[in-house]
Write a protein that binds this ligand. Structure first.
Ligand SMILES: Nc1nc2cc3nc(NCCc4ccc(CCO)cc4)[nH]c3cc2c(=O)[nH]1
Length: 378
């Protein structure tokens, strides 16, 4: 029996900015969307219900981490990732290639896939496009990624071209495996990933070749790997115009609030980044007025909350003095409150952009938010 097919509705545009809705077997994702990172089946320091309360429609999981521990087969035996982590909404999973290259030891990449040793116990693995999609299927992921090769920047053109062309061949193999496993009939989606580094003609070729293949969405990969923001934005300027207009576009690993604003302006629909959660564990708060470093002694006697105007308790109930104390004392509650605040801020920024596109006022929202963010640390 077929489930409802995966769908994307483009509801409104304002310049290149897009307001849309993705429908997956686990609900609706309003776009532009920020996806909190839940690498090891948890958004660190948050209960799933709180993550939902901040406004998230989708969280990200990682093939690399979950295949090592607790393994995809065990998660499948326990009812799949939604049940395992008590997140009944949409889950997107990355395919593992990027994490292997940044975390695993003794990696060897060839035409067939990537061989590596676990960073946990040194056990040996061979991840291929087929195995990556099989793992994501076992997890029950609603939005799956092809296996690709994300090359570091800067790299010689020949290297960028080799990795981009390999990723295109892996895109076809990933698609075949996804269809063999009945992904489309389950209403799941598989995204192709555009590569091509910071080389304009390779970016365009990758996007054009990928667009000829049938994917439910298209990611922009190979960025947020240390390049300056203007290089990333220039790549978006030349890539999104040659991506399908009727499918979601997901910019992987991005980013800071300013990155989100600039990328939505350039036609991106989905984002994920560890910044709000990682910053929360390091005493850093994101607010409408910029970043606040709670480690700083200047907050020691400040009775004000981070932002009295929001309905998120993390931002409106606790004083900066208290948060400073918790951070200095190394109390676990600091990470919990700040992560909650940061995710709530990120979701409020996305909601602001969605509403602005709906009312045709994205440019005003963009200018005002840029000015607010430019005020820096407060
Ligand atoms: N499959 C696939 N996955 C990716 C994940 C990525 N994630 C990034 N960047 C994340 C970088 C990033 C890392 C750490 C922090 C916190 C700093 O405080 C922020 C951003 N770029 C990425 C590129 C790819 C890619 O091409 N293919």
């Amino acid at each position: 029996m077929s489930a409802k097919p995966f769908s994307f509705k483009l509801l409104k545009t304002d310049g290149m900015a897009r307001r849309g809705e993705i429908e997956t077997p686990h609900g609706i994702v309003s776009t532009p969307a920020f996806m909190p990172v839940g690498t090891q089946a948890t958004v660190k320091a948050m209960y799933p219900g709180q993550v939902r309360e901040t406004g998230a429609d989708v969280v990200l999981g990682n093939t690399y981490h979950l295949m090592l521990r607790p393994t995809a087969e065990r998660v499948a035996r326990l009812g799949g990732l939604h049940t395992f982590m008590n997140w009944p909404h949409t889950i997107l999973t990355d395919s593992g290639g990027f994490q292997v290259m940044s975390l695993a030891q003794l990696r060897k990449l060839d035409e067939d896939g990537v061989r590596f040793q676990s960073h946990i116990d040194g056990a040996k693995y061979h991840l291929t496009p087929e195995r990556s999609v099989e793992i994501q299927g076992l997890l029950g992921s609603d939005i799956q990624m092809q296996l690709d090769e994300c090359i570091k920047l800067p790299s010689p053109r020949e290297e960028v071209e080799r990795a981009m062309e390999l990723s295109l061949r892996w895109a076809e193999r990933s698609r075949r495996q996804f269809e063999t496993m009945g992904g489309p009939e389950k209403g799941q989606g598989l995204y192709g990933i555009v590569q091509g580094g910071d080389v304009p003609d390779l970016r365009v070729r990758s996007a054009e070749e990928l667009s000829k293949m049938p994917f439910e969405g298209y990611s922009v990969g190979g960025l947020a790997v240390g390049e300056p923001q203007d290089v990333m934005l220039r790549m978006l300027d030349i890539t999104t115009p040659v991506m399908p207009v009727d499918k979601p576009r997901y910019l992987m690993g991005v980013g800071a609030p300013d990155d989100l604003l600039e990328s939505v302006k350039r036609g991106i629909d989905q984002f994920d980044c560890v910044m709000p959660t990682r910053a929360g564990r390091h005493g850093l708060a994101y607010t409408r007025f910029g970043k606040v470093n709670l480690k700083n002694a200047r907050h020691m006697d400040d009775p004000r909350p981070l932002d009295a105007e929001t309905d998120c308790p993390a931002s409106s109930v606790y004083s900066r003095a208290y948060l400073h104390h918790l951070v200095r004392a190394g109390e676990g509650l600091a990470a919990m409150i700040l992560t909650w605040n940061n995710l709530a801020y990120y979701q409020s920024l996305m909601k602001g952009m969605r509403d602005a596109i709906e009312t045709g006022t994205f440019d005003d929202f963009y200018q005002k938010t840029k000015a607010d963010l430019a005020r820096g640390d407060i």
